[in-house]
Design a protein around this ligand. Structure first.
Ligand SMILES: Cc1cc2nc3c(=O)[nH]c(=O)nc-3n(C[C@H](O)[C@H](O)[C@H](O)COP(=O)(O)OP(=O)(O)OC[C@H]3O[C@@H](n4cnc5c(N)ncnc54)[C@H](O)[C@@H]3O)c2cc1C
Length: 505
């Protein structure tokens, strides 16, 4: 094995005769012949061409786990025989060109929080770990944020806040700003600013042809349109430039968490419905149904974030407080702390776990009180009697559509600007033998939600998708033909097909 890990520009092991053969044959050869595996060959080839600060790791390297970006979800995870960490954008080009030439399947890793089950189609591939692309620069004068291709929300939140600015981060601080914004990106600022991709000014991207391009409104604008919402399909982004905004409300926000018994769900849906189509942009709502860690009974955790004066926030959630929650935790905090406080800090605490999590999601365009109440009843009938389902979380996230609608439907490939609720049903499996039970339950629950979604077909925010929905559901029927045409131009060999590919029906 090439151990210690290959540093780029290290000379190839010239004292050995290099023969490319399956690993199983190696013991048959005499000691003066050093057999290298296909992965070692890749490491050796790339090691001699990449810039000196790049690194290459094999799974046998003892620091593989520490030095390569670890994936959060273990369900349908891609597998790698080699991980390459390019140091500069020209290295990214070289890796991509090498992989294309040698037909080595590969995937870029940003924050490692990719959900979609389509990622699992990559077996024994090359990981293009963007882990050295971590720069974060805020230009407050120009209202710009420039980040590298693997920056996570938690790495940009403090610098943006310190500059007195706001940026539409996702709900969970450990998610990659890269993967999230390439699929759109949603979070508690969406009411103001829409999808995260709506704040994109430009990207530097190595496309599937191996070319390094800038894409913006004025350069390669067709690619820029596609990158904002379907970006995982076209290349590897080395750098993102976003707009940032003067912090509303002096950078302060109310975070309110409340716990209710399941029996209150009808009233909670009525509360949600009272805002449908007229939610103030400052208000974000989240409803999570899950087993209480104390009693194991299903409860509803409601999270309300209000980017405005505390008294106004409290007034808006008064109908909830009047329902006498079992527990209430209201704080008025800097927006940078909201992702760590929201939902009793649960999402942030899950950052360093590595669960076996099966996701399903549906966009809801209405709040169907009766349908949601029936769905909750079904959960209550099913989950307590099915041990495989005890890690179920049914989460409904409701943002104002104001921010999304500040941008025309044709402004980007992000297709769904009128979603009232992003609904997710996630089940964390405690063992893989539970997966068949989980899959059939979550699929049928998704079908049930689709029927009350207000659409006669399934639509889903691509970054929360299970992976079996197809391109029309992820990108809209209208956008798919245009995306497929662009794919032929920018990724003609379909190198970027492992994440909700636009080519999948
Ligand atoms: C716990 C959790 C919480 C989440 N919360 C939110 C949320 O609040 N809002 C939201 O919008 N989404 C959320 N998501 C979904 C998230 O946006 C997607 O899963 C996203 O793809 C994760 O991006 P990543 O960079 O972390 O993941 P990765 O697994 O690294 O990447 C996911 C995909 O993006 C590609 N990619 C990553 N970086 C680059 C790059 N630089 N260039 C090209 N391709 C790249 C990868 O190749 C892969 O195909 C959440 C997911 C999880 C697991």
């Amino acid at each position: 094995m090439l151990n210690p890990p290959v540093k780029a520009n290290s000379s190839s092991p010239s004292q050995f005769t290099i023969i490319r053969l399956p690993e199983t044959l190696s013991p048959l050869f005499p000691p003066h012949i050093r057999i290298i595996t296909p992965a070692e060959k890749i490491a050796s080839d790339l090691g001699s061409t990449l810039s000196p600060s790049s690194s290459i790791y094999l799974p046998s390297d003892e620091n593989w786990t520490n030095e390569t970006t670890q994936r959060w979800n273990q369900w349908n995870a891609p597998s790698y025989v080699v991980s390459v960490k390019p140091a500069i954008k020209e290295d990214v080009q070289k890796v991509l060109q090498y992989a294309a030439r040698n037909k080595v399947p590969f995937l870029a890793t940003g924050g490692g929080h990719g959900y979609s089950g389509t990622l699992g189609a990559l077996n024994n591939g090359l990981e293009l770990d963007m882990g050295y692309f971590k720069s974060v620069k805020v230009d407050a004068g120009k209202n710009r944020l420039i980040i590298g291709g693997s920056v996570r929300f938690r790495e940009l939140i403090s610098p943006v806040y310190a500059a007195g600015k706001a940026f539409p981060v996702g709900a969970c601080p450990c998610v990659g700003a890269s993967g999230a914004s390439l699929g759109g990106g949603i979070g508690f600022w969406s009411g103001f600013y829409g999808a995260i991709s709506d704040s994109l000014v430009s990207v530097e991207i190595v496309t599937g042809t191996g070319t390094l391009l800038t894409a913006s409104e004025s350069q390669n604008s067709d690619l820029f349109w596609a990158v904002k919402g379907a970006g995982h399909n076209f290349g590897v982004v080395t750098s993102f430039t976003f707009k940032v905004y003067d912090s509303p409300n002096g950078g302060q926000a109310m975070n309110a968490d409340m716990t209710f018994p399941l029996s209150r769900n009808g009233s909670l849906w009525a509360f949600a419905k009272s805002f449908a189509g007229k939610q103030p942009k400052e208000l974000s709502l989240g409803f999570s149904i899950l087993a209480s860690p104390v009693t194991q009974e299903l409860v509803i955790v409601v999270n309300a974030i209000y980017v405005g004066p505390l008294a106004q926030g409290r007034a808006l959630i008064k109908p909830l407080l009047d329902l006498t929650p079992q527990n209430t935790n209201i704080s008025y905090i800097a927006w940078k702390d909201v992702p760590y406080a929201a939902k009793y800090g649960g999402p942030a605490k899950s950052c360093d776990t590595r669960p076996l999590d099966v996701p399903h999601a549906v966009n809801l365009y209405q709040v169907d009180i009766e349908g949601l109440t029936a769905a909750v009843e079904y959960l209550n009938d099913t989950i307590p009697n099915t041990p495989a389902l005890k890690g179920t979380v049914f989460a409904l996230t409701q943002y104002s559509t104001y921010g999304f609608q500040q941008h025309t439907p044709d402004s980007s490939a992000f297709p769904y600007r009128d979603v009232i609720i992003f609904a997710q049903i996630d089940v964390t499996a405690s063992k893989s033998s539970d997966l068949p039970t989980i899959n059939s339950f979550t699929k049928s629950f998704r079908d049930r939600l689709q029927k009350i979604s207000g659409k006669d077909h399934l639509e889903v925010y691509t970054n929360l998708a299970h992976g079996d929905e197809g391109a029309a559901a992820w990108y809209s029927k209208k956008n798919v033909p245009r995306l497929r045409k662009l794919k032929k131009t920018y990724d003609p060999s379909s190198l970027f097909n492992f994440y909700n590919s636009v080519n999948v029906d």
